[in-house]
Write a protein that binds this ligand. Structure first.
Ligand SMILES: C[S@@+](CC[C@H](N)C(=O)[O-])C[C@H]1O[C@@H](n2cnc3c(N)ncnc32)[C@H](O)[C@@H]1O
Length: 250
């Protein structure tokens, strides 16, 4: 009896530690978005292109919209119509501070992995958009299950082929999801498309400045000074490639 109770105590402590670690992981990347919110807006060329492509990929008109990881509002700014209600959710309060506040806009500062969000809005929302954000999910499979309960959705998610060369140079792993991971989480009939984007830089310093200013890191742990020094000596490719999966319900 005594041993069983010891084991269960250990299990409880272990669970708390794991949750705490996940929470810290979320805070770390959100802190980065908070810190870089202003420079993100002037360096987000690729994210702008992705939003344009997403809104062309799915150009249906909807009245009640939820934008997951809305950031500084690229989706709302680029909608070709004015909806009745546009709810933007983002964990970075600094990104939300620079989101446009039109009459239809309501902003919520929350973690998009929090499943209560989807339960709260399931009856009221016609369309879910998300662009360049869900790759940060700590529970992508779960979050995608919740999103697919909504009638309509159009998502742009970065895959692990993003910044592949950078990671190969540094021999590091990524938390970004693979195409297969994402596809395995889909149970609805969907249309999908994979696109690759490339930004070229004059030199390595500009490339690193871009990574820093957009707060996007390389889909891995934060780069250390040692990583950066190693990268500067080894890298001879002055470009960054992004791979994005576009998904919409059909
Ligand atoms: C690269 S930005 C994209 C913003 C916007 N959708 C766009 O296309 O420009 C990613 C956004 O996702 C938000 N984000 C990342 N993880 C999140 C989470 N777990 N919950 C809520 N927001 C999150 C970040 O704060 C950031 O604003």
């Amino acid at each position: 009896m005594k041993i069983v109770s010891e084991i269960s105590k250990f299990a409880i402590i272990f669970k708390i530690k794991v949750r705490h670690k996940r929470y810290l992981g979320l805070i770390r990347h959100i802190k980065e978005f908070d810190k870089r919110a202003k420079s993100y807006s002037t360096n987000n060329y690729i994210q702008k292109q992705i939003v344009d492509d997403l809104l062309n990929f799915d150009s249906r008109v909807h009245q009640k919209i939820l934008d997951i990881g809305c950031g500084n509002g690229l989706i709302r700014q680029n909608l070709k119509f004015t909806p009745e209600l546009f709810i933007g959710i983002d964990a970075s309060s600094k990104m939300l501070e620079i989101h446009p506040v039109f009459d239809d806009v309501k902003l919520i500062n929350k973690n998009f992995d929090d499943t209560s969000i989807y339960e709260e809005f399931i009856g009221d929302i016609d369309m879910i958009y998300s662009s360049s954000a869900l790759q940060w999910s700590k529970h992508l499979n779960n979050t995608l299950q919740k999103i697919q309960k909504f009638k309509n959705f159009a998502l742009a998610i970065h895959t692990d082929n993003t910044f592949k060369e950078l990671r190969q140079t540094l021999k590091t792993d990524t938390f970004l999801p693979s195409l297969q991971n994402i596809k395995d989480s889909l149970y609805r009939n969907v249309k999908y498309e994979v696109k690759t984007y490339q930004i070229e830089f004059e030199n390595n310093q500009d490339l690193l400045k871009y990574i820093k200013n957009t707060g996007i890191s390389s889909g891995q742990k934060k780069l250390t000074t040692r990583d950066l020094r190693e990268f500067l000596t080894k890298n001879n490719k002055k470009y960054l490639k992004f791979e994005v999966l576009f998904i919409k319900d059909i």
